[in-house]
Design a protein around this ligand. Structure first.
Ligand SMILES: NC(=O)C1=CN([C@@H]2O[C@H](COP(=O)(O)OP(=O)(O)OC[C@H]3O[C@@H](n4cnc5c(N)ncnc54)[C@H](OP(=O)(O)O)[C@@H]3O)[C@@H](O)[C@H]2O)C=CC1
Ligand SMILES: N[C@@H](CC=O)C(=O)O
Length: 332
């Protein structure tokens, strides 16, 4: 079951449709999409929706309504009864939005959760984890923690047993794209933001990107998930990129440095300090080479030294692939 049929969910349907054989051959897994919920209601077919047909109609509720008409179905209120929910509705960091109700309803119905949206997780993770534990369900959220850039998986699996003392990253593709365009092509802030919006990577409300809130959500989820904190967005000092000027960037570049929007979470005694702000990145920091829509993360550990992962450009297909990865890892 998928909630929110926008650009990411449509990319996921495309991947599921293209990779059916590979999923069976490699992982012995076959996924059937039986229900998709948009803001106007749900399409449901017990035998599985006809994915290639659905892909003909674009995204959003208009696509769901066109599909319903073709298949002689009617849109109905959401019913939660499948094995897994893939949450792809808009991110609402104030209340959790519809996503919060969807995830709660799904957990009540013993469904595993893969969330690409961040709002519900940021607003109510402790409650959701408690429900998941009671129901013996799992919640995976790679799509909400920088998607195509592996972050949570590195911390949970590759660094298992290590003490992570600090996490530092460029976690928002839109703001990194804007800063890169200002730095390297002398583009204006507004022109660069418009390109990011047209490419489908900016949030529906781009303030979330440029004011640093999207980065804050991601570092919050990583800090709480990997450093054991129980922080909320109010605990984070957040500064976006709106005040960064071309002059600031050119000034930093004189010494081979650059300005990047950095989200960090550091252990200080037993506290975890989290902040998001534009910082001068020195020429020897690997994050300096993270350009355009790419992202990057550094994990400082006591046992394995500093681990760096870069790339994972923000892109709807990459976000969909992160959701697919979580789906596979839930059942392999
Ligand atoms: N785009 C990206 O690169 C990435 C996005 N994300 C996250 O993934 C989520 C989806 O992003 P994206 O696909 O780009 O966003 P879109 O805006 O393209 O899609 C969201 C869709 O949700 C539908 N929707 C709105 N309200 C509701 C509701 N109450 N119930 C069900 N569906 C609703 C809308 O369609 P309609 O109203 O017509 O039904 C809309 O098409 C967001 O939370 C975003 O933060 C995460 C990683 C990367
Ligand atoms: N708006 C985000 C994409 C989703 O997380 C970004 O620009 O990285």
């Amino acid at each position: 079951m998928i909630t929110g049929y926008g650009i990411v969910a449509k990319e996921l349907i495309k991947l599921l449709s293209e990779k059916q054989e590979l999923l069976i051959d490699t992982y012995k897994i076959s996924f059937k999409v039986t229900a998709i919920v948009g803001s106007k209601g749900m399409i449901y077919e017990e035998a599985g929706l006809d994915l290639p047909k659905l892909l003909q109609y674009g995204a959003g509720s208009t696509a769901l309504m066109r599909y319903a008409r073709e298949q002689r179905l009617s849109l109905q209120p959401p019913i939660f009864r499948e094995d897994m929910l893939i949450e792809c509705s808009p991110t609402d960091v104030q209340t959790g939005g519809a996503a919060l109700e969807y995830i709660k309803n799904a957990l009540q119905a013993n469904m595993n959760i893969v969330s690409v949206s961040k709002g519900a997780l940021v607003c109510a993770m402790p409650e959701l984890l408690k429900m998941a534990k009671e129901k013996e369900c799992k919640i995976k959220y790679s799509g909400a923690t920088a998607a195509a850039l592996p972050t949570l998986d590195i911390g949970e699996f590759s660094l298992a047993g290590c003490k992570i003392t600090k996490i530092e990253g460029i976690l928002n593709g839109t703001s990194n794209f804007i800063l890169t365009k200002m730095s390297e092509e002398n583009k204006s802030f507004e022109a660069a933001l418009q390109i990011a919006q047209e490419s489908g990577i900016a949030e529906a409300n781009p303030d979330l990107d440029i004011k640093g809130i999207d980065s804050a959500c991601k570092i919050l989820l990583l800090a709480n998930g990997l450093l054991g904190s129980q922080l909320t967005l109010e605990d984070i000092a957040i500064q976006g990129i709106m005040e960064v000027t071309k002059r600031d960037i050119q000034h930093a570049k004189i010494n081979g440095n650059d300005i990047k929007l950095i989200a960090s979470a550091s252990l200080a005694n037993r506290d975890v300090r989290v902040e998001v702000k534009p910082k001068i990145i020195k020429s020897d920091n690997p994050l300096i080479d993270v350009k355009g829509t790419n992202k990057g993360i550094l994990f400082y550990t006591e046992e394995m030294g500093t681990i760096c992962c870069t790339g994972g450009a923000s892109h709807p297909k990459g976000a969909a692939a992160a959701a697919l990865k979580d789906m596979i890892n839930l059942y392999r």
